[in-house]
Design a binder for this molecule. Structure first.
Ligand code: SAH
Ligand code: SF4
Ligand code: F3S
Length: 466
């Protein structure tokens, strides 16, 4: 199918989470199958926005960029602009897009497969506004082409949507109800990626712990990890996100037992005050979360626990916020993403009284970051002088003289070394700890060459399991 589009170029602008990064690979696959080739925005005949609406700031970035493209489109009226992702699911956003008159095609989060048709229509006719946005998300569409970004790691969706309705969050509205992919489809995708050279796979879902609900025959996330881990040649297996409420002991045992599964759990606490947790509809208390972390650390030796945290949820008092600081100090997260609460139209929290003023949110965010960054640095400093096992991802983007990679606990390590180590696991001695990265030195083998880890964590697990 290289008709009208032959020789045309596309560019994709991706915002938001890993789900969108993965969807952009599918979008690239779809438009390449329709005859487009990748290019820069400035020269493109088609620009695709893959957007995020989780916070106001994410939406603002998109509107800013749309403004720029409006100018570009005036110069080149043939330029097509397609708009997808979570913002496309919001009726108020679509109304605004129609008024702006910049966007030609809008497609929803489960309408990616309809893009080629919409594109063909837009190419054929005079540019106008068309949209395909789901109302009731249907079955998972399998088998779409994808242009995978080359790299050591890859994302694989295992489920779509979310049923949790945390009161602040727009995701259940933009991605619909939770639906799991069939385990065989996941395993096949991983097998294909590994055959193409991928070493590390991250399984994606808004709440991977509830994977499998509604599938026949019954399967849960621990089963899926075991199945994927069985793919020959897969070096590391990661997953995100885990809802603290649904963290079964069976899953923790699987993380401990399965050699490829990395010892890292991203289980967002969100807030440390019971009152706020309840208003957020999170389904656990701070005490239950403390006990969970204890259980994780007991069951999975060396596990890294990371979190998302929100400050300034409606009604959050100074005492509530102090509870968050206190929880963070007690738990000592290996890392955390911290956010100011952002009201999202249509969510329950947006209509709650006692919205917290921006200045207070800013102060709280700064205070929380001071505490959390101090903890992350202190934990990293404990690694100074120690040897860590690093899967090399390639030259560092900020300093191409250096290589970058990650420990099994998901810490970024930068160190000097030859590029051909990309995709291998090497031993690195940590020489300096920073808040977000470790600076290391390759451990040399006798007779030259970098040393692989002596007894790697994966091997230790294998011994443990047998
Ligand atoms: N399903 C995942 C990811 C959700 S979005 C999870 O539950 O963890 C990622 C993070 O964005 C959330 O964990 C939350 O901390 C934050 N977030 C979501 N909605 C938000 C809002 N309205 N304002 C500020 N932060 C928000
Ligand atoms: Fe949003 Fe909560 Fe679902 Fe995460 S679990 S996507 S925060 S509703
Ligand atoms: Fe954003 Fe949608 Fe992901 S709102 S965080 S792109 S699920």
């Amino acid at each position: 199918m290289t008709g009208a589009a032959a020789g045309r170029r596309y560019a994709i602008l991706t915002y938001g989470c890993q789900m969108n990064e993965r969807d952009s690979e599918t979008l690239a696959g779809l438009v390449e199958a329709a005859g487009y080739r990748e290019g820069q925005v400035e020269e493109a005949d088609l620009v695709i926005f893959n957007t995020c609406s989780v916070r106001h700031s994410a939406e603002n970035k998109v509107y800013g960029k749309l403004g720029e493209l409006k100018a570009l489109k005036r110069e080149r009226p043939g330029l097509l602009i397609a708009f997808g992702g979570c913002m496309a699911q919001m009726a108020d956003v679509r109304a605004r897009l129609r008024r702006m008159g910049v966007v030609d095609i809008v497609f929803g989060t489960h309408n990616l497969h309809e893009l080629p048709r919409l594109l063909a229509e837009a190419e054929a006719g005079p540019a106008g506004y068309t949209e395909a946005v789901w109302d009731q998300a249907g079955a998972v569409v399998e088998g779409l082409p994808a242009r995978r970004r080359p790299g050591v790691g890859a994302f694989v969706n295992i489920m779509y949507g979310c049923n949790n309705f945390c009161s602040y969050c727009v995701v259940p509205y933009t991605r619909g109800r939770e639906r799991s992919r069939h385990p065989q489809a996941v395993v096949e995708e991983v097998r294909g990626l590994v055959a193409a050279g991928v070493r590390e796979v991250t399984l994606l879902g808004q709440n991977v712990n509830s994977y499998g609900r509604g599938l026949e025959p019954p399967v849960d996330f621990a089963d899926l990890l075991a199945m994927v881990q069985g793919v020959d040649g897969l070096c590391r297996l990661r997953f995100t996100t885990s809802h603290p409420r649904d963290m079964s002991q069976r899953l923790l045992e699987a993380i401990r037992r399965l050699p490829a599964v990395c010892e890292h759990v991203h289980a967002p606490l969100q807030a440390g005050s019971d009152r706020v947790l309840q208003a957020m509809n999170r389904g656990y208390t701070r005490q239950q979360y403390f006990e969970l972390v204890e259980r994780m650390r007991e069951t999975v030796p060396g596990v890294a626990v990371t979190s998302d945290l929100i400050v300034g949820f409606p009604g959050e008092s100074d005492e509530d916020f102090a509870d968050t600081l206190d929880a963070v100090q007690r738990i000592r997260f290996d890392g955390a993403f911290t956010f100011m609460y952002s009201p999202r139209a249509g969510t329950r929290a947006a209509a709650m009284p006692l919205q917290v003023p921006l200045a207070v949110k800013r102060e709280r965010l700064a205070a929380l970051n001071r505490v959390q960054y101090g903890i992350a640095l202190a934990i990293n400093q404990q690694l100074q002088g120690r040897q860590v096992e690093v899967l090399v991802e390639g030259p560092s983007r900020t300093n191409p003289e250096r290589l970058t990679g990650r420990t099994r606990s998901n810490r970024i390590v930068v160190f000097e070394g030859p590029e051909h180590l990309t995709g291998t696991v090497v031993a690195v001695r940590v020489v300096r700890a920073q808040t977000f990265t470790l600076v290391g030195q390759l451990t040399a083998q006798e007779g030259g060459g970098p040393a692989p880890p002596l007894t790697s964590e994966a091997e230790r697990k294998r011994e443990y399991a047998t």
